[in-house]
Design a protein around this ligand. Sequence first.
Ligand SMILES: NC(=O)c1ccc[n+]([C@@H]2O[C@H](COP(=O)([O-])OP(=O)(O)OC[C@H]3O[C@@H](n4cnc5c(N)ncnc54)[C@H](O)[C@@H]3O)[C@@H](O)[C@H]2O)c1
Length: 286
Amino acid sequence: MKDLNQEIALITGGASGIGLSIGKRLAEAGMKVALADIEVPVLEEATAELKELGLEVMAVHCDVSDMNSVEEMKNQVEETFGTPKIICLNAGIGFGAPISEATISDWEWVIGVNLWGVINGMHTFLPALREMNEGHILITASIAGHISVPNLGPYSATKFAAVSIAETLRQELLSENSEVGVSCLCPGFVSTNIWTSERNRPETLLNKSSDDFSEEELLQREAFMEWMSSNAKDPSEVAELVYQAITDNRFWIFTDDQHLNGMKSRHSSIVNGDELPWPAPPLIDL
Ligand SMILES: NC(=O)c1ccc[n+]([C@@H]2O[C@H](COP(=O)([O-])OP(=O)(O)OC[C@H]3O[C@@H](n4cnc5c(N)ncnc54)[C@H](O)[C@@H]3O)[C@@H](O)[C@H]2O)c1
Protein backbone atom coordinates (compact mmCIF):
# COMPACT_ATOMS: atom_id res chain seq x y z
CA MET A 1 0.00 0.00 0.00
CA LYS A 2 1.75 3.13 -1.22
CA ASP A 3 -0.07 6.06 0.34
CA LEU A 4 -0.65 5.64 4.06
CA ASN A 5 -1.57 9.24 4.86
CA GLN A 6 -4.88 9.53 6.78
CA GLU A 7 -5.43 5.75 6.55
CA ILE A 8 -6.07 3.68 9.70
CA ALA A 9 -3.77 1.06 11.23
CA LEU A 10 -4.40 -1.46 13.98
CA ILE A 11 -1.49 -2.97 15.89
CA THR A 12 -1.84 -5.73 18.47
CA GLY A 13 0.79 -5.79 21.19
CA GLY A 14 1.03 -2.05 20.57
CA ALA A 15 1.95 -0.98 24.12
CA SER A 16 5.57 -2.05 24.01
CA GLY A 17 8.60 -3.04 21.96
CA ILE A 18 8.20 -3.80 18.26
CA GLY A 19 4.43 -3.06 18.18
CA LEU A 20 4.82 0.35 19.79
CA SER A 21 7.64 1.28 17.42
CA ILE A 22 5.61 0.19 14.38
CA GLY A 23 2.70 2.27 15.71
CA LYS A 24 4.90 5.33 16.07
CA ARG A 25 6.40 4.90 12.59
CA LEU A 26 3.00 4.50 10.92
CA ALA A 27 1.57 7.48 12.84
CA GLU A 28 4.57 9.54 11.70
CA ALA A 29 3.60 8.57 8.15
CA GLY A 30 0.25 10.31 8.77
CA MET A 31 -1.82 7.28 9.75
CA LYS A 32 -4.41 7.12 12.51
CA VAL A 33 -3.11 4.28 14.67
CA ALA A 34 -5.02 2.09 17.13
CA LEU A 35 -2.72 0.39 19.64
CA ALA A 36 -4.34 -2.72 21.13
CA ASP A 37 -2.86 -4.46 24.14
CA ILE A 38 -3.63 -6.43 27.28
CA GLU A 39 -1.39 -4.34 29.56
CA VAL A 40 -3.62 -1.32 30.08
CA PRO A 41 -1.53 1.10 32.22
CA VAL A 42 1.51 0.69 29.96
CA LEU A 43 -0.72 1.04 26.90
CA GLU A 44 -2.26 4.26 28.18
CA GLU A 45 1.12 5.73 29.03
CA ALA A 46 2.54 4.84 25.60
CA THR A 47 -0.49 6.31 23.83
CA ALA A 48 -0.28 9.53 25.86
CA GLU A 49 3.39 9.92 24.92
CA LEU A 50 2.63 9.54 21.21
CA LYS A 51 -0.26 12.01 21.49
CA GLU A 52 2.13 14.52 23.06
CA LEU A 53 4.22 14.24 19.90
CA GLY A 54 1.15 15.29 17.93
CA LEU A 55 0.47 11.80 16.57
CA GLU A 56 -3.07 10.53 16.06
CA VAL A 57 -3.35 7.37 18.16
CA MET A 58 -5.90 5.57 20.33
CA ALA A 59 -5.55 2.91 23.01
CA VAL A 60 -7.80 -0.11 23.07
CA HIS A 61 -7.74 -2.93 25.58
CA CYS A 62 -7.66 -6.37 24.01
CA ASP A 63 -6.69 -9.93 24.86
CA VAL A 64 -5.81 -11.36 21.45
CA SER A 65 -6.29 -14.94 22.65
CA ASP A 66 -10.01 -14.24 23.23
CA MET A 67 -12.16 -13.87 20.10
CA ASN A 68 -14.85 -11.85 21.93
CA SER A 69 -12.22 -9.38 23.10
CA VAL A 70 -10.84 -9.04 19.54
CA GLU A 71 -14.32 -8.40 18.13
CA GLU A 72 -14.99 -5.81 20.85
CA MET A 73 -11.66 -4.16 20.02
CA LYS A 74 -12.61 -4.01 16.31
CA ASN A 75 -15.92 -2.29 17.19
CA GLN A 76 -14.12 0.32 19.30
CA VAL A 77 -11.57 1.05 16.57
CA GLU A 78 -14.30 1.38 13.95
CA GLU A 79 -16.37 3.71 16.17
CA THR A 80 -13.40 6.00 16.87
CA PHE A 81 -11.33 5.92 13.68
CA GLY A 82 -13.16 3.80 11.06
CA THR A 83 -12.17 0.58 9.27
CA PRO A 84 -8.43 -0.14 9.53
CA LYS A 85 -6.54 -1.00 6.34
CA ILE A 86 -3.19 -1.92 7.87
CA ILE A 87 -3.48 -4.79 10.34
CA CYS A 88 -0.37 -5.75 12.33
CA LEU A 89 -0.91 -9.03 14.20
CA ASN A 90 2.09 -8.59 16.44
CA ALA A 91 1.13 -9.37 20.07
CA GLY A 92 3.23 -12.18 21.42
CA ILE A 93 4.87 -13.64 24.47
CA GLY A 94 8.22 -15.34 24.90
CA PHE A 95 8.44 -18.67 26.66
CA GLY A 96 11.43 -20.95 27.09
CA ALA A 97 11.56 -24.47 28.53
CA PRO A 98 12.43 -27.96 27.36
CA ILE A 99 9.43 -29.75 25.85
CA SER A 100 9.70 -32.40 28.58
CA GLU A 101 9.14 -29.72 31.24
CA ALA A 102 6.52 -27.49 29.59
CA THR A 103 3.14 -27.84 31.31
CA ILE A 104 -0.21 -27.87 29.54
CA SER A 105 -0.76 -24.35 30.96
CA ASP A 106 2.50 -23.23 29.34
CA TRP A 107 1.37 -24.61 25.96
CA GLU A 108 -2.10 -23.09 26.32
CA TRP A 109 -0.69 -19.67 27.16
CA VAL A 110 1.86 -19.50 24.35
CA ILE A 111 -0.48 -20.99 21.74
CA GLY A 112 -3.33 -18.74 22.95
CA VAL A 113 -1.42 -15.50 22.45
CA ASN A 114 1.02 -16.30 19.64
CA LEU A 115 -1.16 -18.52 17.47
CA TRP A 116 -4.82 -17.91 18.35
CA GLY A 117 -3.94 -14.19 18.49
CA VAL A 118 -3.00 -14.35 14.81
CA ILE A 119 -6.01 -16.52 13.90
CA ASN A 120 -8.52 -14.36 15.80
CA GLY A 121 -7.09 -11.18 14.29
CA MET A 122 -7.11 -12.55 10.77
CA HIS A 123 -10.62 -13.94 11.07
CA THR A 124 -11.86 -10.57 12.37
CA PHE A 125 -10.12 -8.16 9.98
CA LEU A 126 -9.48 -10.06 6.72
CA PRO A 127 -13.08 -9.98 5.36
CA ALA A 128 -13.19 -6.14 5.24
CA LEU A 129 -9.79 -5.97 3.52
CA ARG A 130 -10.85 -8.50 0.86
CA GLU A 131 -14.12 -6.62 0.41
CA MET A 132 -12.29 -3.27 -0.05
CA ASN A 133 -9.62 -5.04 -2.14
CA GLU A 134 -7.07 -2.86 -0.37
CA GLY A 135 -4.82 -2.93 2.68
CA HIS A 136 -2.06 -4.98 4.23
CA ILE A 137 -1.70 -7.65 6.91
CA LEU A 138 1.56 -7.98 8.82
CA ILE A 139 2.11 -11.14 10.84
CA THR A 140 4.92 -11.01 13.40
CA ALA A 141 6.56 -14.44 13.41
CA SER A 142 10.22 -14.87 14.38
CA ILE A 143 13.48 -16.38 13.29
CA ALA A 144 12.24 -19.15 15.64
CA GLY A 145 9.63 -19.83 12.94
CA HIS A 146 12.46 -21.07 10.68
CA ILE A 147 14.82 -22.97 12.95
CA SER A 148 14.21 -25.29 15.89
CA VAL A 149 16.46 -25.04 18.93
CA PRO A 150 16.36 -26.75 22.33
CA ASN A 151 14.31 -24.97 25.04
CA LEU A 152 12.17 -22.98 22.61
CA GLY A 153 9.82 -25.77 21.46
CA PRO A 154 6.40 -24.32 22.34
CA TYR A 155 7.35 -20.79 21.21
CA SER A 156 8.88 -22.08 17.98
CA ALA A 157 5.82 -24.22 17.26
CA THR A 158 3.62 -21.10 17.30
CA LYS A 159 6.06 -19.15 15.13
CA PHE A 160 6.42 -21.95 12.52
CA ALA A 161 2.60 -21.89 12.36
CA ALA A 162 2.57 -18.09 12.00
CA VAL A 163 5.03 -18.30 9.09
CA SER A 164 2.88 -20.92 7.38
CA ILE A 165 -0.32 -18.88 7.87
CA ALA A 166 1.36 -15.80 6.40
CA GLU A 167 2.73 -17.74 3.39
CA THR A 168 -0.60 -19.42 2.70
CA LEU A 169 -2.56 -16.19 3.03
CA ARG A 170 -0.18 -14.44 0.61
CA GLN A 171 -0.62 -17.23 -1.96
CA GLU A 172 -4.41 -17.32 -1.58
CA LEU A 173 -4.73 -13.54 -1.99
CA LEU A 174 -2.45 -13.60 -5.05
CA SER A 175 -4.49 -16.42 -6.55
CA GLU A 176 -7.66 -14.29 -6.35
CA ASN A 177 -5.78 -11.26 -7.82
CA SER A 178 -6.39 -9.38 -4.58
CA GLU A 179 -4.61 -6.09 -3.95
CA VAL A 180 -4.39 -6.93 -0.23
CA GLY A 181 -0.73 -7.31 0.74
CA VAL A 182 0.85 -9.60 3.33
CA SER A 183 4.20 -9.39 5.12
CA CYS A 184 5.82 -11.88 7.45
CA LEU A 185 8.10 -10.24 10.02
CA CYS A 186 10.83 -12.60 11.26
CA PRO A 187 12.92 -10.71 13.80
CA GLY A 188 16.17 -11.94 15.27
CA PHE A 189 16.98 -10.45 18.66
CA VAL A 190 15.33 -7.10 19.35
CA SER A 191 15.63 -5.08 22.54
CA THR A 192 12.08 -5.18 23.95
CA ASN A 193 10.19 -6.37 27.02
CA ILE A 194 9.66 -9.90 25.67
CA TRP A 195 12.03 -11.31 28.31
CA THR A 196 9.52 -10.36 31.02
CA SER A 197 6.49 -11.80 29.23
CA GLU A 198 5.37 -13.59 32.41
CA ARG A 199 4.00 -10.19 33.51
CA ASN A 200 1.03 -10.82 31.23
CA ARG A 201 0.39 -14.49 32.00
CA PRO A 202 -3.22 -15.00 33.14
CA GLU A 203 -3.75 -16.34 36.68
CA THR A 204 -5.58 -19.35 35.27
CA LEU A 205 -2.50 -20.42 33.29
CA LEU A 206 0.19 -19.82 35.90
CA ASN A 207 3.08 -22.25 36.10
CA LYS A 208 4.26 -21.98 39.68
CA SER A 209 7.69 -23.38 38.90
CA SER A 210 8.42 -21.01 35.99
CA ASP A 211 10.40 -18.63 38.24
CA ASP A 212 12.48 -21.36 39.88
CA PHE A 213 15.81 -20.97 38.10
CA SER A 214 18.90 -22.95 39.04
CA GLU A 215 22.11 -21.03 39.69
CA GLU A 216 23.44 -22.11 36.29
CA GLU A 217 20.26 -20.91 34.56
CA LEU A 218 20.47 -17.56 36.36
CA LEU A 219 24.07 -17.12 35.20
CA GLN A 220 23.11 -18.02 31.62
CA ARG A 221 20.24 -15.54 31.75
CA GLU A 222 22.57 -12.82 33.04
CA ALA A 223 25.08 -13.48 30.23
CA PHE A 224 22.24 -13.46 27.71
CA MET A 225 20.86 -10.13 28.95
CA GLU A 226 24.36 -8.66 28.78
CA TRP A 227 24.73 -9.90 25.19
CA MET A 228 21.32 -8.46 24.36
CA SER A 229 22.13 -5.01 25.73
CA SER A 230 24.92 -4.53 23.20
CA ASN A 231 23.82 -6.72 20.28
CA ALA A 232 20.04 -6.69 19.94
CA LYS A 233 18.39 -4.43 17.37
CA ASP A 234 16.49 -1.36 18.42
CA PRO A 235 12.75 -1.77 17.75
CA SER A 236 12.73 1.49 15.78
CA GLU A 237 15.02 -0.17 13.18
CA VAL A 238 12.53 -3.03 12.87
CA ALA A 239 9.67 -0.54 12.52
CA GLU A 240 11.45 1.15 9.61
CA LEU A 241 11.84 -2.22 7.84
CA VAL A 242 8.13 -2.88 8.41
CA TYR A 243 7.17 0.52 7.02
CA GLN A 244 9.25 -0.11 3.87
CA ALA A 245 7.83 -3.60 3.41
CA ILE A 246 4.24 -2.36 3.71
CA THR A 247 4.74 0.49 1.24
CA ASP A 248 6.64 -1.81 -1.20
CA ASN A 249 4.29 -4.77 -0.59
CA ARG A 250 7.21 -7.06 0.24
CA PHE A 251 6.52 -10.40 1.94
CA TRP A 252 9.61 -11.37 3.95
CA ILE A 253 11.04 -9.06 6.60
CA PHE A 254 14.22 -10.37 8.22
CA THR A 255 15.96 -8.01 10.62
CA ASP A 256 19.49 -9.42 10.29
CA ASP A 257 21.43 -12.24 8.64
CA GLN A 258 22.80 -13.83 11.83
CA HIS A 259 20.63 -16.92 11.49
CA LEU A 260 20.92 -17.55 7.74
CA ASN A 261 23.44 -20.37 8.20
CA GLY A 262 21.11 -22.10 10.67
CA MET A 263 18.25 -21.82 8.18
CA LYS A 264 20.43 -23.07 5.32
CA SER A 265 21.64 -26.13 7.23
CA ARG A 266 18.04 -26.96 8.21
CA HIS A 267 16.88 -26.62 4.60
CA SER A 268 19.73 -28.71 3.23
CA SER A 269 19.05 -31.47 5.74
CA ILE A 270 15.43 -31.52 4.51
CA VAL A 271 16.31 -31.45 0.80
CA ASN A 272 19.11 -34.03 1.09
CA GLY A 273 17.29 -36.25 3.56
CA ASP A 274 20.22 -35.87 5.99
CA GLU A 275 20.15 -36.15 9.76
CA LEU A 276 19.16 -32.91 11.56
CA PRO A 277 22.10 -30.57 12.08
CA TRP A 278 23.47 -31.58 15.49
CA PRO A 279 24.36 -29.97 17.79
CA ALA A 280 21.66 -27.44 16.86
CA PRO A 281 23.25 -24.17 15.74
CA PRO A 282 23.16 -21.85 18.78
CA LEU A 283 20.96 -18.77 18.41
CA ILE A 284 23.83 -16.72 19.81
CA ASP A 285 27.41 -17.43 20.88
CA LEU A 286 27.59 -16.40 24.51
N1 LIG B 1 12.07 -9.13 20.86
C1 LIG B 1 12.55 -10.10 20.10
O1 LIG B 1 13.77 -10.39 20.12
C2 LIG B 1 11.62 -10.84 19.17
C3 LIG B 1 12.20 -11.75 18.26
C4 LIG B 1 11.36 -12.45 17.39
C5 LIG B 1 9.99 -12.23 17.42
N2 LIG B 1 9.45 -11.35 18.31
C6 LIG B 1 8.00 -11.17 18.30
O2 LIG B 1 7.69 -9.79 18.26
C7 LIG B 1 6.37 -9.60 18.79
C8 LIG B 1 6.38 -8.41 19.72
O3 LIG B 1 7.13 -8.73 20.89
P1 LIG B 1 8.19 -7.71 21.55
O4 LIG B 1 9.52 -8.31 21.40
O5 LIG B 1 7.94 -6.34 21.08
O6 LIG B 1 7.82 -7.90 23.11
P2 LIG B 1 7.09 -6.90 24.15
O7 LIG B 1 6.82 -7.70 25.36
O8 LIG B 1 7.87 -5.65 24.28
O9 LIG B 1 5.71 -6.57 23.40
C9 LIG B 1 4.68 -7.53 23.28
C10 LIG B 1 3.34 -6.86 23.57
O10 LIG B 1 2.31 -7.85 23.47
C11 LIG B 1 1.38 -7.63 24.55
N3 LIG B 1 0.61 -8.83 24.86
C12 LIG B 1 1.00 -9.94 25.54
N4 LIG B 1 -0.03 -10.78 25.67
C13 LIG B 1 -1.10 -10.21 25.04
C14 LIG B 1 -2.45 -10.60 24.84
N5 LIG B 1 -2.94 -11.77 25.32
N6 LIG B 1 -3.27 -9.76 24.15
C15 LIG B 1 -2.81 -8.56 23.69
N7 LIG B 1 -1.55 -8.13 23.87
C16 LIG B 1 -0.71 -8.95 24.53
C17 LIG B 1 2.28 -7.20 25.71
O11 LIG B 1 1.56 -6.53 26.73
C18 LIG B 1 3.29 -6.30 24.99
O12 LIG B 1 2.86 -4.94 24.98
C19 LIG B 1 5.98 -10.92 19.43
O13 LIG B 1 5.09 -11.61 18.56
C20 LIG B 1 7.28 -11.67 19.54
O14 LIG B 1 7.12 -13.07 19.53
C21 LIG B 1 10.23 -10.65 19.18
